[in-house]
Design a binder for this molecule. Structure first.
Ligand code: NAD
Ligand code: ZN
Ligand code: ZN
Length: 397
């Protein structure tokens, strides 16, 4: 089969690799019909290089049809399924409380990490990912989300990651209708976080440097700002001088802006080109994130408000302004999204004929899998108005 593989920092290729096979009775194999590229894949593309091995199959936002089902899976051949980005058992201590990203059955204990993730480096178990024509799905007795046949893939595909991540970001902001929230970053996660917050009756402000991304959010009723210093003042003015009740950081460790972020970028760049044996310990102990968005969030949120981080951070030595966090009494919530915890709430919205979350206005590019290297480059550089790319692995041209 064809699969998208990591070959080195900023080097993605499409290779022919062996088809996956059932290895355990609760596995399933799916034929992938749609599979998206995520902002998290961009961290592998550059910063998390020391934890990747050339040839690793990437991708964690797939859906498709079951072609083979192990006897202990809960799917059948021809079922249409969406696959959550994390692999979880569904019945351990953490899964039972809706913390599937901490699943004790799949935790990557030798790396000190939470649950295994598809296509997401040694840190998360080196599980072959979903940007491929076929995917082996471990724990198919729990993970796969079965969906109906009538609607097109893009209505369901984002249940794999983006929608539950955005939903959790809003849930973790802990607000009520009438409250205000600012979303930092209008990539795929920020777009949906902003729309979900709006759908739940919040007033939503959002900041992103990219004009097309602001335009898309504005189409959905979000009040948008570029990332100049005056945007923070403008949002503060609009919220009675106090700042919004919550801020959602949908940017993460590769933020643009401020001098700390510029220095951290240099550090991230130099680590990714070290041999893995040298690069990994540096990242484990001394890795720093580009913190421009996090700093903006701390500055912007009102006193006693909530800072909900959905952007991924990976540094162990990132400097934090503890004085401001403590003095402003900010509550910080964060983490990878627990997909199955939220799916039942989201599913009726993606199926609703009036499309309340605007899923039909989200995908900007659909491409055959052979074009993955160009797709990654376009998404990273935000060329051609690119906001979300879906690869269609069964398409030949
Ligand atoms: N928590 C989870 O489970 C989870 C799941 C998926 C993605 N993520 C993370 O969410 C983040 C966003 O992902 P995405 O797919 O939307 O990716 P993305 O890279 O397209 O989005 C990031 C956006 O932030 C903007 N940005 C950069 N610096 C900024 C700044 N200083 N202020 C405001 N905006 C700024 C960029 O222009 C871009 O639009 C990534 O860190 C990704 O890893 C987390
Ligand atoms: Zn993702
Ligand atoms: Zn579990």
């Amino acid at each position: 089969m064809k699969a998208v593989t990591w070959q080195g920092p900023r080097k993605i290729s499409v290779d022919t690799v062996p088809d996956p096979v059932i290895q355990r009775p609760n596995d399933a194999i799916i034929e992938v019909t749609s599979t998206a590229i995520c902002g998290s894949d961009l961290h592998l593309y550059e910063v998390l290089g020391p934890f990747m091995t050339p040839g690793d199959i990437v991708g964690h936002e797939p859906m498709g049809r079951v072609v083979e089902a192990g006897p202990e899976s809960n799917v059948r051949p021809d079922d249409r399924v969406v696959i959550p980005f994390q692999i979880a058992c569904g019945n351990c201590y953490f899964c039972a409380q809706g913390l599937q990203t901490q699943c004790e059955t799949t935790q990557v204990t030798d790396q000190g990490s939470g649950a295994q993730l598809f296509g997401y480096s040694e840190l998360y178990g080196s599980v072959p990912g979903g940007q491929a024509q076929y995917l082996r799905v471990p724990h198919a007795d729990y993970g796969p989300i079965k969906v109906r046949d009538e609607l097109p893939d893009h209505r369901y595909l984002f249940l794999s990651d983006v929608l539950p991540t955005a939903w959790q970001a809003v849930a973790y902001a802990q607000r009520s209708p009438g409250d205000s929230v600012a979303v930092l970053g209008l990539g795929p996660i920020g777009q949906f976080a902003a729309r979900i917050a709006k759908h739940q009756g919040l007033t939503v402000y959002a900041i992103d440097p990219v004009a097309e991304r602001r335009e898309m959010a504005a189409r959905h009723g979000v009040l948008v700002y570029d990332n100049s210093a005056s945007s923070v003042d403008a949002i503060r003015d609009a919220t009675g001088g106090r700042g919004p009740d919550a801020v959602i950081d949908a940017v993460g460790m590769e933020a643009h802006g401020d001098s700390q972020s510029a220095l951290a970028k240099l550090a991230q760049r130099s680590v990714q080109f070290l041999p893995d044996k040298l690069g990994q310990p540096v990242m484990d102990k001394a890795g720093v994130d580009r913190l421009a968005a996090l700093y903006t969030g701390i500055e912007l949120v009102r006193r006693g408000g909530t800072l909900s981080l959905s952007g991924v951070y990976g540094g162990q030595a990132s400097p934090l302004p503890m004085l401001s966090l403590f003095d402003k009494q900010i509550q910080v919530t964060m983490g990878q999204a627990n997909v199955k915890r939220w799916v039942n709430e989201i599913l009726p919205l993606v199926e609703a004929p009036d499309d309340p979350l605007g899923v039909d206005d989200f995908v900007t590019h659909r491409m055959p899998i052979d074009q993955a290297p160009a797709a990654y480059e376009m998404f990273q550089k935000k060329d051609d108005g690119c906001i979300k790319v879906v690869l269609e692995p069964q398409r030949t041209h």
